[in-house]
Design a protein around this ligand. Structure first.
Ligand SMILES: [Zn+2]
Ligand SMILES: [Zn+2]
Length: 264
């Protein structure tokens, strides 16, 4: 069975201490066939890869060293911001990335984790603005392959009930999904919610199913691991979800182009 791990952070991200090589060895132990290292690029103060040339070089060395056991590809996770689309689009061209995750880590200049984005906003307004900005990001930031953890805002809310039901935001979520599909972009199933005790993937099954119903085909799977233990965690759940939502294929990327692999 060809399984991919397409979202993980090594110590090139300032929120991880994990050595890239150890991440790759953990993926081999867990029978992963292809891994994308996807360290952070955010055009604010946080989590930035310290040196992109070193980053690419290190991936090259590990890719070669483990080539008989696993395929290692050049990935990155970029925090998208439509107001910085020009910088983001330029950056993506400078390095030989195979795979780019575009994510919303900040909305309207406010980091969801570090800043007070939610202050003085009710849940409906805060979540709707998050998706409105996401739609603008999709229309302006051109280089990404899949949108990361698209309903991630529910992890950070400050409300009694932070959950995000598809039916409460169906219009704007449909617009986001349709725009992704129109532009040949995909989404990921991100299993990190399980280790935060939220017991769900990002996105939820409802949103994943809706993406498929609207014609979405490009789908990757990633753990968002920041240490070796979390690599490929809960992937059985993710692959089962994909099948249940009607997907027959998972997507691999090479030089930012998608290739489809049958789920067996
Ligand atoms: Zn992220
Ligand atoms: Zn991540």
């Amino acid at each position: 069975m060809f399984r991919i791990e397409y979202h993980c952070h090594s110590n090139y991200s300032s929120d991880s201490d994990a050595l890239m090589e150890e991440m790759v060895k953990s993926a081999i132990d867990k029978n992963i066939s292809e891994i994308a290292i996807t360290d952070h690029v955010d055009y604010d103060d946080r989590y930035e890869v310290s040196n992109y040339n070193d980053y690419i070089n290190d991936i090259s060395i590990i890719k070669e060293k483990y080539s008989k056991k696993i395929s290692v590809i050049y990935g990155i996770e970029i925090g998208l911001d439509n107001k910085k689309a020009d910088i983001i689009n330029e950056f993506s061209k400078f390095y030989p990335f195979d795979f780019i995750i575009g994510s919303s880590h900040a909305v309207l200049g406010k980091d969801l984790y570090f800043d007070n984005y939610f202050e003085n906003m009710d849940k409906f307004t805060a979540y709707t603005k998050y998706f409105d900005e996401m739609l603008k990001n999709i229309k302006t930031c051109l280089s990404f392959c899949v949108y990361g953890h698209i309903d991630f805002i529910s992890r950070y809310g400050i409300y009694n009930d932070n959950s995000l039901k598809y039916s409460d935001f169906s219009d704007i979520i449909d617009n986001v999904l349709k725009e992704l599909i129109k532009r040949g972009k995909g989404i990921e199933i991100n299993t990190s919610g399980y280790r935060y005790g939220i017991n769900q993937t990002y996105p939820s099954f409802e949103i994943l199913k809706r993406y498929k119903e609207l014609g979405g085909e490009i789908l990757t799977i990633g753990s968002d691991a920041h240490n070796v233990f979390d690599i490929a965690n809960n992937f059985d759940i993710a692959y089962d979800m994909a099948k249940q939502a009607g997907f027959k294929y998972i997507t691999r990327f090479k030089a930012l182009k998608p290739y489809f692999v049958l789920i067996d």
